[in-house]
Write a protein that binds this ligand. Structure first.
Ligand code: HBI
Ligand code: FE
Length: 303
């Protein structure tokens, strides 16, 4: 290779971020982790029928066109039973452990143990309440694409059910997690504003900033707590969709800290059971305002 002339510009270090202008420019096909290729420690790794079923369901997401209804998925009796178990267990703890916004929205969806809800029906309720919608995705979506979706009031949701051998555990998002953890919260306008601000910040973010936003999302949308009169309640989807995590967050065993988007957030811990640390919001209003300040600074390249 010819040597670059002295003083010539070096290789471009940071590729320019081209923000998507609409949801059509947000790719829903870059799936991380397993997708249909399950890892060795996945509960469904040795179950070929489960893997085939996952491929069938993945196809619905890959071929879905924005603007058309999410295709109906007829769930198998075994899948419905798994959903029913998760709903029955977690909903015992909602009255005491879930935040008031969740409790206000939850009845709107009329969840029943004997049928897995369809994404399209839930999306219609969200459109009416907050203008949000659900777009199907085949698995854990690439963080930039996932966060960009939030800027267009769109939540990318999986449609498959976790493996029936371990109804209380999933190493990846599944429909039980999305519908019990995320969907009811997305019917609350103040919460949506906060999440929208994380999405807007992601449109202009470089790789390092995407990583920070991913952690911010993790410690709020997935594992966030909120202060209510005299007690701490759950709004994070990872807590609301897990009976064990709901009990754990109130057990006094985890550390609680106040949330602020400008602090350095610790590394996320996906593997070793329940969270050791939770961040607590004072209100969604307050968090949305703080996130807006963060987002504005990010756009001006001041972070
Ligand atoms: N994909 N389907 C799906 N569901 C999530 O909750 C999700 C995701 N991709 C990335 C992600 N969450 C977060 O960990 C952040 O990277 C935004
Ligand atoms: Fe989630």
């Amino acid at each position: 290779l010819p040597k670059a002339a002295p003083g010539a510009p070096g290789p471009v270090q940071q590729t320019q971020v081209i923000a998507p202008l609409s949801l059509n420019q947000v790719d829903n096909s870059k799936i991380l982790g397993f997708g249909a290729d399950l890892a060795e420690d996945h509960p469904g790794f040795h179950d070929d029928a489960y893997k085939l079923r996952r491929m069938d369901i993945a196809r619905l997401a890959y071929t879905h066109q924005i603007g058309s209804a999410v295709p109906e998925l007829v769930y198998l009796p075994q899948e419905t039973a798994t959903w029913g178990t998760v709903l029955r267990e977690t909903s015992q703890l909602y009255p005491t452990h879930a935040c008031k916004e969740f409790l206000a929205s939850f009845p709107m969806f009329d969840f029943r143990e004997d049928s897995v809800p369809q994404l399209e029906a839930l999306s219609s309720i969200l459109r009416r309440e907050t203008g949000w919608q659900i777009r199907p995705v085949a698995g854990l979506l690439h963080p930039r694409d996932f966060l960009n979706g939030l800027a267009f009031n769109t939540f990318h949701s999986t449609q498959y059910v976790r493996h029936h051998s371990r109804p209380m555990y999933t190493p990846e998002p599944d429909v039980c997690h999305e519908l019990l953890g995320h969907v009811p919260m997305l019917a609350d306008p103040k919460y949506c504003e906060m999440v929208h601000n994380i999405g807007l910040a992601s449109l202009h973010a470089n790789e390092k900033q995407i990583w920070h936003l991913t952690k911010m999302y993790w410690y709020t949308v997935e594992f966030g707590l909120i202060r209510e009169q005299g007690r701490i309640c759950a709004f994070g989807a990872g807590i609301l969709s897990s009976f064990g995590e709901l009990e754990h967050m109130r057990s006094g065993q985890a550390e609680l800290r106040a949330f602020d988007p400008f602090i350095t957030l610790p590394k996320m811990d996906y593997k070793s059971g329940y969270q050791k640390l939770y961040y607590v919001l004072d209100s969604f209003d307050d968090a949305a305002a703080k996130l807006k300040v963060y987002c504005d600074k990010l756009k001006l390249n001041a972070i």
